[in-house]
Design a protein around this ligand. Structure first.
Ligand code: ADP
Length: 370
């Protein structure tokens, strides 16, 4: 089976082709709709197709067995991936108010592909779907209930495809069925989120109504006192821009690339060191909260750019958590091993590379076989 996975953003199109569950080629078309760049998503798809043909990955998009699309927001409607038809397209469009930047770009990819190869089945895989199992006490905000009832204001959570993928992999490592394991998963990339998983299902996550909430990220603030944006607006600033683009690690030390932050901290830069400490403190805050929520935890899982590649962050996160049953093996951690827990650790500590595209391909295939 040949499955093309598309992640269609407002100015970029990422694509990856899978054949019988193996990635065979991928690429990215950038600067869509920008001056001097690619005109539109239709043209971007043409470029992607040509590149995949050149790579010998597929003869033409006509010959694909399916297309899996990453769709950011599935609201409360989509609790699992679905085959795309005009009704589903309408529903994704209805969710635009909840994801004004992402859903229109995702739809663009879907509609262009539908025009190009109408006979090829297409599946939407939602970033929010995995978290739809959260109970009300996790997803409701303590604001007037009308905001939830009339405008859908609640915690949705994102990165669901990644959390689900690493949860499955962690269950395999534990040698237990997914539906029996309790996990705390940490997706630490440019965007970052934590997830509490009970019996294989998401019961809480750190991102909220939007991907701005929760952990400290590259340029996003994560959790803050809700009065702060009010104060920023009073000062004439655009709070949305400050909190999404100028905050997080960048706001604290002027840099959002963790590698450089670590280098600068090691060289004695005070701001970088403090940024790292704030970053780690927030993660530990969520680990504690989720341990209280879950009771028993089988494994703590690190993934994404920082989670997979920064022994320092993992060590700082785990430091002092021994009384909670989290005991890191510092050597295994430094060596980049996949199981980094000490033998006496009650909670296993895993590093599991995430693969959202593969998970989208797997889910796409599963939907077609349903
Ligand atoms: P995205 O969310 O854009 O997919 P990634 O998952 O690739 O991002 O994560 C990007 C982050 O991972 C950056 O902050 C980068 O500095 C960090 N990172 C990548 N490699 C390393 C490394 N070896 N050590 C520390 N941080 C790393």
């Amino acid at each position: 089976m040949k499955i093309l996975v598309l992640n269609s953003g407002s100015s970029s199109l990422k694509y990856k082709l899978f054949s019988e569950g193996e990635a065979v080629a991928d690429g990215i078309v950038e600067h869509i709709g920008e001056e001097g760049g690619v005109k539109d998503h239709r043209e971007a798809l043409e470029i992607a197709e040509k590149a995949l043909i050149r790579a010998g990955a597929v003869e033409s998009f006509d010959r694909l067995d399916a297309v899996g699309h990453r769709v950011v927001h599935g609201g409360e409607r989509f609790i699992e991936p679905v085959r795309i038809d005009s009704e589903v397209i309408g529903a994704i469009r209805d969710l635009i108010p909840l994801a004004p930047l992402h859903n229109p770009a995702n739809l663009e990819g879907i509609e262009m592909m539908k025009k190009k190869v109408p006979h090829v089945p297409q599946v939407a895989v939602f970033d929010t779907a995995f978290h739809q199992t959260m109970p009300k006490r996790s997803y409701l905000y303590a604001i007037p209930l009308e905001f939830y009832e009339n405008y859908g204001v609640r915690r949705y959570g994102f990165h669901g495809t990644s959390h689900m993928y690493i949860a499955k992999k962690a269950a395999e490592r534990l040698g237990k069925p997914l539906k029996t394991v309790n996990l705390i998963t940490l997706h630490l990339g440019n965007g970052a989120s934590a997830c509490a998983i009970e019996k294989g299902q998401s019961v809480d996550t750190s991102m909220g109504f939007t991907p701005l909430a929760g952990l400290v990220m590259g340029t996003r603030s994560g959790d803050i006192d809700p009065e702060i944006p009010v104060m920023m607006e009073k000062k004439g600033l655009d709070a949305d821009t400050v909190l999404n683009k100028q905050s997080g690690l960048r706001g604290l030390c002027g840099e959002n690339d963790m590698r450089r932050i670590q280098e600068r901290a090691a060289a004695g830069d005070e701001k970088s060191r403090t940024a790292l400490e704030v970053y780690v403190h927030r993660i530990r805050h969520y680990i504690g909260a989720y341990m209280a929520q879950l009771g028993r935890v089988d494994a703590l899982v690190f993934t994404a750019g920082i989670g997979e590649h920064s022994p320092l962050v993992r060590q700082m996160v785990c430091r002092g958590l021994e009384p909670l049953g989290i005991v890191l093996d510092t050597k295994k951690n430094a060596d980049g091993r996949r199981d980094i827990s000490a033998p006496k650790s009650q909670i296993r500590i895993f590093v599991i590379p995430t693969d959202e595209e593969l998970e989208i391909a797997l889910q796409t295939e599963a939907v077609l076989k349903r």
